[in-house]
Ligand binder design. Sequence first.
Ligand code: NAD
Ligand code: GLY
Length: 380
Amino acid sequence: MNATAIRTIAVDGAVPYPIHIGPCLLEDGARLCEPVRGGHVLLASDGHVAPLYADRVEAALRRARPALEISRFVLPPGESAKTLEGFDACIDALAALGMRRDGCVFALGGGVVGDLAGFAAACWMRGIDVVQLPTTLLAMVDSSVGGKTAVDIPAGKNLVGAFHPPRAVLADTTTLRTLPRRELRAGLAEVAKYGAIMDAPFLDWLHQHRDALLAMDDAILAAAIARSCAHKAAVVGRDPFEHGERALLNFGHTFAHAIEAEQGFDGLNHGEAVAVGMVLAARLSARLGLAGAAHADALQGLLDGFGLPTRVPAGLHADALLARMRLDKKAAANGLRFVLWHGPGRAGVIGGIADADVLAVLADDTTGDVPTGDAPQDSP
Ligand code: NAD
Ligand code: GLY
């Protein structure tokens, strides 16, 4: 392994932790074992990722620490597994292993595994260690960092969960080589989010490097991951429990969560829904006079260029989406609250938004395109 290719970003807080980004980290037993305090490890993953990478992680852990007792928990892949039933099964796996308080859960996979296994670690014996091993772009730039863990329930997304920061994040960029293109694009939505809300030059950089990102150029992708993680680390270091600025990271998410829930978590994936949600939030901001419509057009152009959906999928009704948004964690008693946009690099949380404005933006924006193309690594 080329150790110089590894970048490390520190996340400050009550218990600081590192985010390591680079190739072949899943083979680095010493680094994997660094945060492991006890003798038990649960390696949690999903049915796509486990066959690809779980042996690699387990072998590296055993080489570095032969006495470790390691067992596996494998979820069915996809958002529809991020449920209380999946959580229950993970807890059963911890019990079967005889997991102790000083043990450690390794969450190997995308945001679904990270959120669910992280939540199980948060609850087992009132909280044991978790190490995040993100294998999707989205998980590398967002969900593995910051300690939000949760499962979905029929009433809505991420409604049951806890803040439980990891002891370490190891983002092995070589795992992105097997990622389906649709998931790569989904991750680019969350990357673009950082540009939109806090880093206007990054938006320009993403425009310039669009083709290289879609072609999975190693250096460009690693640079995008590191810049995104630096933003996320800074925000969650200052506001770990979302009492203030962390809420900005939810740009587009009020719309996105409503779309995902309304589609039964079986339509757009999270990143795609966030792409649509960010455009809707930008259009709502333009309607309210906070930013120019040209900015919304430019953001939509960037996301379109990444091959992401940017309009509400056909079959979803504005009234039903509005009802979902009222259930969102960010909703308030006196009207809806949104992260709204003041143009590139600037966002703010604004409450008391009238239903009529939200409905008008939704009504202007329905289409039929549901993305497909789950094959890994077709041409960009
Ligand atoms: P995901 O975990 O469902 O992964 C997407 C798909 O890619 C799955 O089918 C998975 O099996 C597959 N996959 C993962 N890595 C792979 C690889 N290297 N090679 C081949 N296949 C691979 O989805 P996601 O987009 O990673 O995460 C979305 C979830 O993350 C949502 O539930 C969302 O709510 C959550 N999220 C959480 C936070 C947070 O702060 N905790 C932030 C953003 C999103
Ligand atoms: N993804 C939003 C957050 O971590 O706060």
